[in-house]
Design a protein around this ligand. Structure first.
Ligand code: NAP
Length: 333
């Protein structure tokens, strides 16, 4: 099968289009014929080697986390899916490989594709949808009437998180550049701050939750918009000791992450707010809840561009500009 592989960790090196064997199908796996694959900054960070200590892969390996396609084979212990089912998933860490014609995944990571979405639309959802779900529902326990500040509302995570927070009944503030104000208002944002003109910390206060996805300066400023007892949840770092424990990292890495996050944890504690880092995980059950929300019309995908499979490198370069409005997808078949 055709697949885009990482041969060497290198900032400048592109993915290589290679002929690779169709993956083996374990007892709990489904083999999916890939119709579309979604792209994420995580793909870039893995391509360059930025994540190699935390997520080691033996090269060459096939890149790509988000996938939509059709089950063509099911392992002997698979209970939830059968050949012919249209599904989508965020492939789990250690078993990625969505930029390919086929991918084998544990059935626990997979969910039925929302019936009202095309394959390209469905492939745009899993990683950002699960991130928003795990931050807002699982970690923050966001409730009706609470206030949440979601940074970068026009990005992949932001466009999904705004809609999920509105569905949960929260008041949503977000940052965008002026050109995207209409987009995020259309998704339900109540307070829209132009980050190129205004400083959000002068505009927002008394928030229950902040979803931080930007740099260290933004993270620190975010402390000022929270009310006492509020939660600052960062998906862009720094990772905290709890994350290091969950990942089973060695003592050196655990110490390093403790030191990296000490500053923000101390500042958060002094202000009476809670800081935590979240690294999203594959979860078919949560994704099936997202399927229901999409089919009910509560959440819709926001696609910026669809590239042909052969242009996966160009698609990744576009994601790396950091300017995409919503999601970028490659159409595989
Ligand atoms: N920990 C996890 O599990 C996890 C999961 C998903 C994502 N992430 C991380 O979260 C970050 C966001 O991911 P993403 O997929 O949403 O990114 P993305 O889709 O590439 O974000 C692009 C968007 O960000 C906006 N933007 C850029 N700088 C901004 C700023 N200073 N303030 C407000 N908006 C800004 C851009 O709007 P303009 O062009 O108008 O500026 C653009 O629309 C990335 O660092 C990613 O790696 C982490």
């Amino acid at each position: 099968m055709k697949a885009f592989v990482v041969d060497k960790y290198n900032k400048k090196r592109m993915l290589r289009l290679a002929e690779m064997p169709v993956p083996n199908v374990g007892d709990s796996d489904v083999l999916v014929e890939v119709h579309a694959a979604g792209l994420n900054l995580l793909d870039s960070k893995i391509r360059t080697g930025e994540f190699k200590l935390i997520l080691p892969y033996r090269r060459p390996f096939i890149l790509g986390h988000d996938v939509a396609g059709t089950v063509i084979r099911a392992g002997s212990k698979v209970r939830k899916f059968k050949p012919g089912d249209d599904v989508y998933a965020r492939a789990r860490d250690g078993r990625i490989g969505a930029f390919a014609e086929f991918i084998a995944m544990d059935e626990a990571d997979v969910a039925l594709k929302p019936k009202n979405l095309s394959m390209e639309e469905a492939a745009s959802i899993p990683l950002v949808g699960l991130t928003a779900w795990q931050v807002l529902v699982e970690r923050a326990n966001l409730r009706k009437g609470q206030k949440v500040f979601i940074q970068a509302g026009s990005g992949g995570v932001g466009t999904f998180a705004i809609q999920l927070a509105k569905h949960l009944g929260a008041t949503v503030a977000t940052t965008v550049s002026a050109a995207s104000a209409g987009l995020v208002k259309g998704l339900g944002a109540d307070v829209v701050v132009d980050y190129r003109k205004d400083d959000f910390e002068n505009v927002l206060s008394g928030y229950d939750v902040v979803l931080n996805s930007q740099d260290a300066k933004t993270l620190e400023k975010s402390l000022n918009v929270l009310k006492p007892g509020g939660k600052l949840i960062s998906i862009s770092g720094p990772p905290d000791p709890e994350f290091a424990r969950e990942k089973g990292l060695n003592l050196v890495l655990r110490t390093l992450l403790r030191l990296l996050s000490r500053g923000i944890r101390t500042k958060a504690r002094r202000r009476g707010v809670n800081y935590s880092f979240l690294f999203m995980w594959a979860q078919g059950y949560q994704l099936s809840k997202i399927t229901a929300l999409i089919e009910s019309g509560a959440i819709r995908p926001v696609l910026d561009r669809v590239f042909p499979f052969e242009s996966t490198n160009e698609a990744l370069a576009y994601v790396e500009t950091g300017r995409a409005k919503g999601k970028v997808v490659v159409k595989v078949r």
